[in-house]
Design a protein around this ligand. Structure first.
Ligand SMILES: Cc1cc2nc3c(=O)[nH]c(=O)nc-3n(C[C@H](O)[C@H](O)[C@H](O)COP(=O)(O)OP(=O)(O)OC[C@H]3O[C@@H](n4cnc5c(N)ncnc54)[C@H](O)[C@@H]3O)c2cc1C
Length: 397
């Protein structure tokens, strides 16, 4: 929500050359943006909270934890059951450095009533990047400190290069190989880069250093539930490997931290818990997106992953400025990259950066799931002019 509003703001501000007047004076009302987000979340939650009652499912509110293998307590009241599904999500990690309590996490940033003037983000993963681009587009000065040698470790290298260029254009400073040492009372971040001391000043420090599964507070050991890096260790039926009457879904199962994963796994776990293990999870085709500006969408193997698996591949690429719809919409920054098998022509991976990347990659996911070849997709009819048409043009021989 935050991203879509600031993206619109960002586009509107640079729309003067399209003949739209008054764009120089545009400003963002941060408090109104946050208030609208709160309103939308409240409306969605109201609808979701009403759903169980409509199905006659009682909802107990409070903090639950195991009191025995078949017993939970919810704020002092005890309940027993034959089967359990754990869906307690994840919570943001705070690094163990002096002053970490002075930083904020993404949970808090989305409630800030004042827009940070200078935001230092500790962590260059998807949450750090999304907030970095959003806040920069909203007008904050943003610095991202990444501990490893590169941001967005799972990205295709060429897609990352374009993202880095976009970050530069947006004025985002990205430092890699950073060891954050402490956060001072004035929010100054002390760090070490390649053995050299560095100081970064900020009025807010966002800690975006991962979200471990939120299972430990349930006392899972009481029910014999084994954890793997904090998540319930489950099999392909989402069943605990050590406590067969327990199932886990979403962030608590720790596979992929995405909302549609929780929605996908919930019915599977409930079905298996009630009817026996009949439904397996399948993550063989898994599209995902990062809502940076521009956005990134990816599904399947990157070029590097395919080569490291010893596959003989070919790569087809198309820059967004070859796409007429992107030109018309003044969104020419980006690229579609397709990795396909040299011998069979089967599509192995699609990586997109640019406007609507998150939607384009869904077309690719359907094509991969259907086992389509590059030339089959490249010879399909499509709607013109559309940015989505870029995926068909990339695959046209
Ligand atoms: C900043 C941010 C941006 C994100 N952006 C995206 C995105 O763009 N797209 C996407 O697909 N995913 C995104 N995600 C990830 C997505 O939000 C999660 O993967 C998803 O919410 C996981 O769903 P869940 O049901 O497992 O857990 P949650 O949605 O976290 O729900 C867990 C629930 O369990 C409750 N709970 C916890 N402990 C207890 C207890 N002891 N007793 C009772 N109840 C308890 C909590 O109150 C909560 O209601 C984002 C996450 C973050 C933090």
């Amino acid at each position: 929500m935050l991203v879509s509003t600031v993206e619109l703001f960002h586009r509107a501000k640079r729309a003067g050359h399209l003949g739209i007047k008054g764009t120089e004076g545009l400003s963002l009302d941060w408090q109104a943006v946050i208030a609208r987000k709160d309103d939308i979340v409240a409306r969605w939650s109201k609808g979701k909270n009403a759903a169980p009652a409509k199905l006659g499912i009682p909802v107990l509110t409070g903090h639950g934890k195991f009191a025995g293998p078949n017993e939970v307590t919810v704020d002092g009241r005890n309940y027993s059951a034959g089967k359990f599904v754990i869906a307690t999500g994840s919570k943001p990690a705070r690094p163990s450095i002096p002053g970490a309590e002075l930083g904020i996490t993404s949970d808090e940033l989305i409630h800030l009533t004042e827009q940070p003037k200078h935001l230092v983000i500790v962590g260059g993963g998807f949450i750090g990047l999304e907030f970095g681009f959003a806040l920069a587009a909203a007008g904050s000065n943003v610095t991202i400190l990444q501990s490893g040698p590169q941001i967005g470790a799972a990205l295709d290298d060429e897609i990352r290069d374009i993202l880095l260029e976009s970050a530069k254009q947006a004025g985002i400073i990205i430092s890699t190989n950073v060891k954050v040492k402490s956060i001072g009372a004035d929010k100054t971040v002390q760090a070490e880069i390649n053995g050299r001391g560095e100081v970064f000043s900020a009025d807010q420090v966002l800690l975006a250093t991962g979200r471990p599964s939120n299972v430990a507070p349930l006392d899972p050991q009481v029910a014999g539930i084994e954890l793997d890096r904090g998540a319930v260790k489950v099999n392909e039926y989402l069943q605990s490997v050590s406590a067969p009457h327990v199932f886990a879904v979403g962030d608590a199962a720790g596979k992929h931290q995405h909302s549609p994963v929780a929605w996908y796994e919930g019915p599977i776990a409930a079905h298996n818990a009630l009817k026996g293990n009949q439904r397996r999870t399948d993550f063989s085709v898994f599209p995902s997106a990062i809502f940076t500006i521009p956005a990134i969408g990816q599904v399947g193997l990157t070029e590097k992953q395919a080569l490291s698996q010893g596959l003989k591949i070919k790569v087809s690429k198309l820059a967004y400025d070859n796409n007429p719809a992107a030109g018309v919409r003044d969104e020419t920054e980006g690229m579609v990259k397709v990795v396909y098998d040299e011998a069979t022509d089967k599509i192995l991976g699609v990586h997109v950066i640019g406007a609507h990347a998150e939607d384009i990659v869904q077309i690719a996911a359907v094509a991969i799931r259907g086992g389509l070849t590059k030339s089959q997709v490249g010879s399909m009819h499509y709607v013109f002019p559309t940015i989505g048409g870029a995926i068909f043009d990339t695959m046209a021989s």
